[in-house]
Design a protein. Structure first.
Lengths: 231, 109
């Protein structure tokens, strides 16, 4: 459901910075359904990639064959991302807060951490340079605290937070609000899984479950070994 | 700089398409000809990335004894890459690259 919802967020022809994991699945699903002209840019340097199979790593020969260009990682960040050429960036993280800030650095106090996380990688740059940020993360009070323990990637450009129960969107001041519910989920379920008093839009959207086509592509074509899909 | 290569070719092959040269001889100290030297990663046009190995590596690397066993068998226990490949005869058929040639370039002027 998360992969299908994320895929539907992408418009045909958009330029997307693709990470590995669920966003990778979503981008390739979109390319095989409603967005055949999606321009996929992978951090490894593949620009306009047309992978014939789902790449399991950003270093995969299927990303090179048939792509528009293969450049160095520095060029991806400098020529495309910092130049404002990336329209959509996907991010995830251990913590997402009320204002869409993301923490992938540390849980607890920075100097005396409970858990030390991998850090930013390219995430902070994507967060400030991509025109539109989509966050993909599973809901829980621990993962969605009122304030993150550390701001790795600022939330100003976050337009949607795609979770396993609902979609959140920022209001005009940047505070995340409940915007749309997945089938069988009620607003109370979402509020209980968020660490602050989550407000809801006056009119909530109800999202459709994945179509038969989306399911077939996800399960049989893109991820038959269930590396990303759990069910 | 030591480079590990899949194949040695005549200098004319390199000079026929200089836009693709990444490392010229002036900065190379030694060359090791070692086919399949990048496995479990890939060499485009030679062999595919061994994704099954990477998935399996999670299990191997999680356990100290398992890791030691792997290193004994596939790193310390082989003389060279050729022996490493002989131990795994099915790698070749599973990962050998197909053909997809590019159009070629006209360097005339």
């Amino acid at each position: 459901m998360m992969a299908a919802v994320a895929a539907r967020e992408l418009a045909d022809g958009e330029v997307v910075f693709v990470g590995i994991g669920l966003p990778n699945l979503a981008c390739n699903l979109a390319r095989r359904t409603h967005a055949p002209n999606l321009v996929l840019i992978y951090e490894s340097g593949a620009v306009g990639a047309t992978p014939s199979r789902l790449p399991v790593s950003i270093g995969d020969p299927a990303l090179v064959t048939g792509s528009l260009m293969v450049c160095g990682m520095a060029d991806v960040f400098q020529l495309f991302l910092q130049n404002g050429r990336i329209e959509v960036g996907f991010l995830g993280g251990a913590q997402v807060d009320r204002h869409g800030n993301i923490n992938t650095t540390v849980i607890g106090d920075y100097k005396r951490p409970k858990v030390r996380l991998p850090g930013s990688g390219g995430a902070a740059e994507i967060a400030i340079h991509a025109q539109r940020i989509l966050i993909v993360a599973k809901l829980s009070p621990r993962a969605f605290p009122e304030r993150v323990d550390f701001v790795t990637s600022p939330g100003q450009r976050v337009k949607r937070v795609i979770t396993d129960k609902a979609v959140l969107e920022p209001d005009d001041k940047g505070e995340l609000m409940l915007a749309a519910l997945y089938p069988g989920i009620e607003a109370a379920d979402v509020k209980a899984a968020v660490g602050w008093n989550l407000r809801a839009r006056a009119r909530l959207d109800r999202l459709d479950p994945p179509t038969a086509t989306e399911l077939q592509l996800l399960r049989e074509v893109l991820d038959p070994k269930r590396l990303y899909l759990k069910s | 700089m030591i480079v590990v290569v899949e194949e040695l070719v005549d200098e004319r092959v390199i000079r026929s398409d200089p836009n693709r040269t990444l490392i010229p001889a002036a900065i190379v100290s030694a060359v090791v000809v070692e086919p399949w030297g990048a496995h479990p990663s890939y060499a485009q046009g030679y062999y595919d990335r061994d994704n099954d190995f990477y998935v399996g590596w999670e299990e191997i690397s999680r356990d100290r004894a398992e890791l030691a066993h792997y290193l004994d068998e596939f790193v310390y226990g082989v003389q060279d890459r050729a022996e490493y490949m002989e131990k795994q005869p099915r790698l070749l058929e599973r990962l050998k690259a197909g053909e997809q040639r590019c159009a070629g370039v006209n360097y005339g002027f």
